[in-house]
Design a protein around this ligand. Structure first.
Ligand code: V47
Ligand code: SF4
Length: 359
C-alpha cells in the first residue's frame, strides 16, 4: 500500500514510483509535500536551470473534419470564422519570426477536407527557403495519421517525405487522454489512443523527437491521468524519443463540453505538474505552458518540479478561442524576468534542448 513515507523513500532513492503511488498522490491535498518531492526529482535532472525558447506558433487552418467536443478553435468549411492561410502568408510569418530571433516555428492545424498531402510538403520546402535554419516543429500524430489516409501512403512514407522536406520534430498535441472511454466522450472522431502511440513510436523510429501532452480538467478522473502517463512512460522506455511532457489545462469557453467548471484550479494545476515530474522519471523535461496556466501559476510551478516554460508563442489561437485570458505572446525579456524572480537560471534553448544562452 502506498504511503507518503514509502513514496518519499522511493523518490529519494532515485527509483520509479508505481501507478498506485501516483493515484495516492492525486488523492492527497498535501501540495507542499508533493511539490517538495517533485522539486527533488527535478533538481537531480536539471539543477536550477529553467529552459525557454523563442518561437512562433502558426496554425495554417482551423477547418477540421474532427470537431472534438473540447475544441473551440476548429470550424467546419464555410462556417463563419473558418480560415486557411496561403503558403505565402505562412512563409511571411516564419520569415518575420526568424528576423525577430525565433529559432523555431510550431505549426499545427485542423484536418482540412480539401488540402492534399502535397500542400504540407510544399509548405515545409517553402519554409526552409523563407526562414533558412529555423527549426520546424510541426504536425501532431493526429495530422500525420490524416496525411496517410488522404494520400494513400503509409505512416512511414509520410514521415519520410516530411523529413525530407524539412520537418525537424513533432509537438505533443492530440494525445488528450489516451484512455478510450474518455476519448469516446471528448473526441469520438479522433484517432484512438493506441493509434496515437503507434504513430509516435513510428516517428521516434524515423529519428524524430516529439513531445507528449495531456489535456486535463474535463471529464477524466485522476486514475485516467495516471493511466495516460503510464502509457507514455512505457513508450519512452522503449524509444527514448520524448523530450517534454506538457499538461494542458482545459479552457472551457466556447467548447461543446458542458461542464459546471470555469477551468482547472491552481491547486490541481500544480499537483498535476508535480506528480508528472515525479512519475515520468524517464522524461527529461516537464513544460508549464503559460498560455493555458496563466503566467503566475507557470512561475510558481518552477518550485514544483517544472523546468521548461515553453516559448514566446506570439499568436496563440487554440487556448484563446477557448477563452484563455493570458496574453497571446511573451517577450524573451518577460520570460527571463519570470524565471529569475523565481530564483532560477534562465537558459534559452533550441528545439532539441541544446543551450543557446544562459542569463
Ligand atoms: O491537442 C484544444 C489542446 C493541443 C483546448 O509540443 C486545448 O511543445 C485547452 O499540443 N483547452 C494543441 N487545451 C497544443 C499543444 C501544444 C501546445 C504547446 C506546446 C506544445 C509542444 C504542444 O491543444 C490539442 C489539445 O489537447 N486543446 N482545445 C482547450 N479548449
Ligand atoms: Fe480538429 Fe485538433 Fe480541434 Fe480536434 S483538437 S477539432 S483534431 S483542430
Amino acid at each position: 500500500m502506498s504511503t507518503f513515507e514509502s513514496i518519499t523513500a522511493t523518490v529519494r532513492a532515485g527509483r520509479r514510483i508505481s501507478s498506485e503511488d501516483a493515484r495516492f498522490l492525486f488523492e492527497s491535498n498535501d501540495l507542499l509535500a508533493i511539490g517538495e518531492l517533485a522539486a527533488l526529482a527535478n533538481q537531480a535532472k536539471n539543477g536550477k536551470n529553467v529552459f525557454f525558447n523563442v518561437n512562433r506558433h502558426i496554425n495554417p487552418t482551423n477547418i477540421c473534419v474532427n470537431r472534438c467536443a473540447f475544441c473551440a478553435f476548429s470550424r467546419t468549411s464555410g462556417e463563419a470564422g473558418a480560415y486557411t492561410l496561403a503558403l505565402e502568408e505562412i512563409c511571411r510569418r516564419a520569415a518575420e519570426a526568424a528576423a525577430e530571433g525565433a529559432t523555431e516555428v510550431h505549426i499545427v492545424g485542423g484536418l482540412h477536407p480539401d488540402l492534399a498531402f502535397e500542400f504540407y510538403e510544399e509548405m515545409l520546402s517553402a519554409l526552409a527557403l523563407a526562414a533558412p535554419g529555423i527549426h520546424i516543429k510541426a504536425f501532431t500524430a493526429v495530422e500525420i495519421d490524416y496525411f496517410a489516409s488522404i494520400s494513400g501512403l503509409t505512416v512511414e512514407q509520410v514521415l519520410k517525405r516530411l523529413i525530407a522536406a524539412g520537418l525537424g520534430s513533432m509537438p505533443g498535441g492530440g494525445a488528450e487522454i489516451l484512455v478510450e472511454q474518455v476519448r469516446q466522450r471528448i473526441c469520438p472522431e479522433k484517432i484512438s489512443g493506441t493509434r496515437w502511440l503507434e504513430i509516435i513510436r513510428l516517428a521516434h523510429q524515423a529519428g524524430l523527437k516529439t513531445n507528449a501532452s495531456m489535456l486535463y480538467g474535463h471529464l477524466e478522473s485522476c486514475a485516467d491521468r495516471v493511466a495516460h502517463m503510464e502509457l507514455l512512460r512505457n513508450l519512452q522506455d522503449e524509444t527514448g524519443g520524448f523530450q517534454a511532457f506538457i499538461p494542458l489545462a482545459f479552457q472551457p469557453e466556447n467548447s461543446d463540453l458542458k461542464l459546471d467548471t470555469r477551468g482547472t484550479s491552481g491547486l490541481d494545476d500544480l499537483k498535476t505538474l508535480a506528480i508528472s515530474r515525479i512519475f515520468l522519471d524517464n522524461f527529461d523535461h516537464i513544460k508549464a505552458y503559460w498560455v493555458m496556466l496563466g503566467e503566475k501559476i507557470a512561475q510558481v510551478s518552477l518550485a514544483f518540479g517544472v523546468n521548461d516554460l515553453d516559448g514566446t508563442v506570439v499568436e496563440e489561437k487554440i487556448g484563446h478561442d477557448a477563452g484563455a485570458l493570458t496574453p497571446q505572446s511573451q517577450t524573451k525579456e518577460g520570460i527571463i524576468r519570470l524565471i529569475r524572480k523565481a530564483g532560477k537560471v534562465p537558459v534559452e534553448r533550441d528545439t532539441l534542448y541544446r543551450p543557446l544562452a544562459t542569463f
